[in-house]
Design a protein around this ligand. Structure first.
Ligand code: ZN
Ligand code: ZN
Length: 306
């Protein structure tokens, strides 16, 4: 009521202030997360069709074995990207529920020591879990909210996210190889024509009739692939450092140094047994990680919050 009254009159400044006060930035972020998800699938689907039905036949027609190998790699990349995306997206058991506390502390009303009572979702959350305002839930060992999978990365799905990053890097590298092998046949990189690989110049060249619409599409795709490749390398390196150091992005960002074990133990807490990692690279089967995401050994003193 009060808001409506204020809306009626007021100076332009007041109206603007009112507008920004009402604007829901959380909704904006949720939309960004949905667009990130759409961007990922747009890239995967377009790269798959471009690779399988255009670039591979154009490049390897007549060479049966090269064509089979390239096709197998395209399908393999599609499978791994999809399955690891789903592993990250469906990491629903990351969410903190009241059952977790009930299981550890049956019948206890007050918040256990070391735990926090989340003011947003009203549950007692174990150490290292944090509230995500986009998921609107507390997440076990929350690392960050991934905009490309539209989900939170936490205790149970971090290993899928690392594999997802590995296939982001591989997939974009493979796509760039196919795309550039094809386009450099007609547009060499190290020449004046090579300026076309800068999208704005490519657009000008298109209007001047130097490059075709198909070539322009490939140039734009190459730029997106290159950006995704760089992003993938960054996230992959960062996640490997975090997994070995036994930290989350949040803890690294805030400088919280209270959780320390050996690198091997830290990696086992993310991936389970070390010897299973190569198999996880190929197929995301169930693994028994060290720990349960609820109890954490603090420094080397083996003090448990229970
Ligand atoms: Zn919460
Ligand atoms: Zn989230």
């Amino acid at each position: 009521m009060e808001l409506r009254e204020r809306n009626k009159g007021g100076t332009l400044k007041e109206k603007l202030q009112n507008h920004y006060h009402k604007r829901n930035f959380q909704t904006d972020e949720k939309d960004a997360s949905r667009y990130g998800q759409m961007f990922f699938w747009g890239m995967v689907v377009s790269l798959f069709f471009e690779g399988q039905f255009f670039l591979v036949p154009m490049l390897y027609w007549g060479d049966t074995w090269a064509m089979i190998l390239a096709s197998v790699l395209v399908w393999f990349t599609l499978f791994e990207c999809t399955i690891n995306w789903m592993g990250t997206y469906f990491g629903q058991n990351n969410y903190v529920t009241s059952e977790i506390k009930e299981e550890k502390f049956p019948g206890q009303e007050e918040t256990p020591p070391g735990w926090i009572n989340c003011p947003k979702c009203q549950v007692d959350a174990p150490p290292r879990s944090h509230h995500c305002r986009l998921c609107n839930r507390c997440v076990l060992k929350r690392d960050h909210h991934c905009f490309f999978t539209n989900s939170c990365v936490g205790f149970y799905n971090q290993r899928f996210f690392v594999m997802f990053c590995i296939y982001m890097v591989w997939g974009n590298l493979f796509a760039l190889f196919l795309q550039l092998t094809y386009t450099t046949q007609s547009i060499p990189v190290f020449s004046w024509d090579g300026l076309a690989y800068i999208p704005m110049v490519g657009l000008v060249y298109f209007f001047m009739g130097y490059v075709s619409l198909g070539q322009l599409f490939l140039i734009v795709h190459i730029c997106f692939c290159f950006m995704c490749f760089c992003g993938g390398v960054f996230f992959l390196c960062w996640q490997i450092i975090l997994a070995a150091a036994g930290m989350t992005s949040y803890e690294a960002w805030k400088g919280i140094p209270w959780y320390r074990r050996t690198s091997l133990e830290n990696v086992r807490s993310v991936f389970g047994s070390i010897w299973k990692i190569p198999f996880q690279l190929l197929f995301p089967f169930r693994v028994d990680q060290d720990g349960n995401g609820v109890e954490w050994t603090v420094r080397s003193k083996t003090v448990k919050y229970q």
